[in-house]
Design a protein around this ligand. Structure first.
Ligand code: AP5
Ligand code: MG
Ligand code: ZN
Length: 216
């Protein structure tokens, strides 16, 4: 099963991807997580990406397309994958089509998670992320059992540099201008599955499960 999670910053892509990894035993491929790891390790990729990420802008298409072309060839992705945060521009979506054609596969579902803008800001300003596994928590909406510690892997939690209100607004603008056209792109292809992303995390997981198993 090859799935894309589409949605604005804070929609819950990362949160729902973790549930889907457990449910379907396929990997989460998050360009944001890959880029943050590169920044942390100080690799060439990280040095190139950091300024864009800190400003809330997109990293150039050529860079993220290269990451995905390599990642989707790995062994753990042969049975399917969950793309979280890619594609985010039309050129990325077109590049993905050709990467998948070369691998003789195609996207089964594009799950578009929809949430109001003010709620997105509240979700992002209270978010805490795990350094170890990338799991998202929220100080009010989804607190960890022990403050500052990941429930899943025991890693330390931190606040992302781009989760400041000014940068959040910029990321939302970038989403509106550059990423939201993908909704029409995938609707035309017949693969778009729209999900109401408001409400509690388990209810949204159940909605995604219904859509992916065709039991809506
Ligand atoms: P990326 O890491 O992908 O960030 P994003 O798209 O801005 O999305 P987020 O991770 O902020 O949100 P999410 O939907 O995963 O929400 P989450 O589940 O954490 O990208 C970061 C940067 O990297 C980009 O700005 C760009 O520079 C670069 N980049 C990455 N991919 C790129 C690409 N393809 N091309 C170019 N550049 C790229 O949830 C958010 C919060 O809400 C959490 O606190 C969570 O606990 C809480 N929450 C979740 N669900 C609920 C709920 N139902 N109710 C209440 N709270 C909830
Ligand atoms: Mg995320
Ligand atoms: Zn963790």
């Amino acid at each position: 099963m090859d799935v894309i999670l589409l949605g604005p910053p804070g929609a819950g892509k990362g949160t729902q991807a973790k549930f889907m990894v457990d449910r379907w035993n396929i990997p989460q491929v998050s360009t944001g997580d890959i880029l943050r790891a590169a920044v942390r390790e100080g690799t060439g990729l990280g040095v190139e990406a950091r300024g864009f990420m800190d400003r809330g802008e997109l990293v150039p298409d050529r860079v993220v397309i290269g990451i995905i072309a390599e990642r989707l060839k790995e062994d753990d992705a042969t049975g399917g994958f969950i793309l979280d945060g890619f594609p985010r521009t039309l050129p990325q979506a077109e590049a993905l089509e050709s990467i998948l054609t070369d691998l003789d596969r195609n996207i089964d579902h594009v799950v578009s998670i929809e949430v109001d803008e003010e709620e997105l800001v509240d979700r992002l300003t209270g978010r805490r992320m795990c350094k170890g596994c990338g799991e998202s928590f929220h100080v009010l909406f989804n607190p960890p059992q022990n403050e500052g510690v990941c429930d899943r892997c025991g890693g330390g939690l931190y606040q992302r540099d781009d989760d400041k209100e000014g940068t959040i607004r910029q990321r939302l603008n970038v989403y509106r201008d550059q990423t939201s056209p993908l909704i029409a792109f995938y609707r035309e292809k017949g693969s778009l599955r729209e999900i109401d992303g408001s409400g509690n995390i388990q209810d949204i997981s159940a909605r995604i499960e219904q859509v992916l198993t065709g039991t809506e």
